[in-house]
Design a protein around this ligand. Structure first.
Ligand SMILES: Nc1ncnc2c1ncn2[C@@H]1O[C@H](COP(=O)(O)OP(=O)(O)OP(=O)(O)O)[C@@H](O)[C@H]1O
Length: 265
């Protein structure tokens, strides 16, 4: 297993035309850490993941993966270091699950786009990692929303990177498969020394599975730390704009939230 890689976001500003989104984000993700990124709709979580994947360039500041400054890497070179599970992934009509997951190997391909030795094995392993190897020959368009989501995770894993960014990995999944996917991520992180940042809307999952929670609001990081330190009624109010109580799991060392009602804007 190679050494885990940390992520450092330094003073990052980013906006879309006419819409500033991130206003000076500083964030350190330790090598091998599992971090949950939380915040209201539209606060910039996906944008931050896209910047950390090298798909967007910051207006100011920089993003480092280990010693690599993403600004100096081409998209393809960045894709050898970091994989992003998007909320949607391209699929050509008729494309099979195997073909889609093999697309995850594009960063490792030679100049002529040829698959190299071992690429197929990595793609097969990724399918097995998320328990969907038996769907390999199914057309992607014939999968349900939840099935597609697991295939997208396999596609990201097929990039075989040290850093894994997951944008709402549990979307469309029933509770059984939400827990299955989160436990798979925890297991792979431990087995392969991955550094993982995942956007989660379900605070119960963030509190249960992440080592650290990072909260965004108004384009900045407004809270970060271990779930048991960060998640308080004031956090629910300030970050997620809900009123609620916070207790402690009787058998675990993580907080349990009892959200009650949304707060007025
Ligand atoms: N391609 C784009 N062009 C213009 N504005 C965009 C674009 N993508 C996102 N935005 C805007 O930037 C802001 C941040 O969007 P982003 O998708 O990063 O939020 P988010 O925190 O991931 O939200 P959600 O929880 O709803 O997924 C939003 O106001 C959104 O409307």
């Amino acid at each position: 297993m190679s050494e885990p890689v940390g992520i450092r976001v330094e003073g990052v500003h980013f906006g879309y035309p006419g819409r500033p989104v991130l206003r000076g984000v500083d964030l350190d993700v330790a090598p091998g850490e599992l971090t949950a990124l939380v915040g209201l709709n539209g606060c910039g979580k996906s944008t931050l993941l896209r910047l950390a994947a090298g798909l967007l360039r910051p207006g100011a500041g920089r993003v480092l993966l280990g010693e690599h400054d993403l600004a100096r890497l081409s998209r393809r070179a960045a894709a050898r270091h970091v994989a992003l599970l998007h909320q949607s992934a391209p699929s050509v009509p008729g494309m099979t699950v195997r073909q889609l997951v093999r697309q995850g190997r594009y960063a490792a391909r030679g100049p002529l786009g040829m698959l190299r030795e071992g690429d197929d094995a990595v793609a097969r392993r990724a399918l097995a990692d998320v328990g969907v190897a038996h769907w390999a020959e199914r057309p992607v368009e014939a999968l349900s929303g939840g099935e597609r989501q697991r295939v997208r995770l396999a596609m990201a894993l097929a990039q075989d990177t040290r850093v894994l960014l997951l944008d709402e990995p549990t979307t469309y999944l029933d509770l059984h498969h939400q827990l299955d996917v989160l436990r798979t991520v925890v297991r792979l992180r431990e087995e392969r020394g991955l550094t993982v940042v995942m956007v989660l809307h379900d605070l119960a999952h963030a509190a249960r599975f992440a080592e650290r929670i990072v909260a965004l609001r108004d384009g900045r990081v407004v809270a970060e730390g271990a779930p048991k330190e960060v998640v308080t009624p004031a956090f629910l109010a300030d970050v997620l704009r809900v009123a609620g109580r916070v207790g402690r799991d009787p058998e675990g060392d993580w907080p349990v939230c009892y959200p009650d009602h949304p707060l007025d804007d």
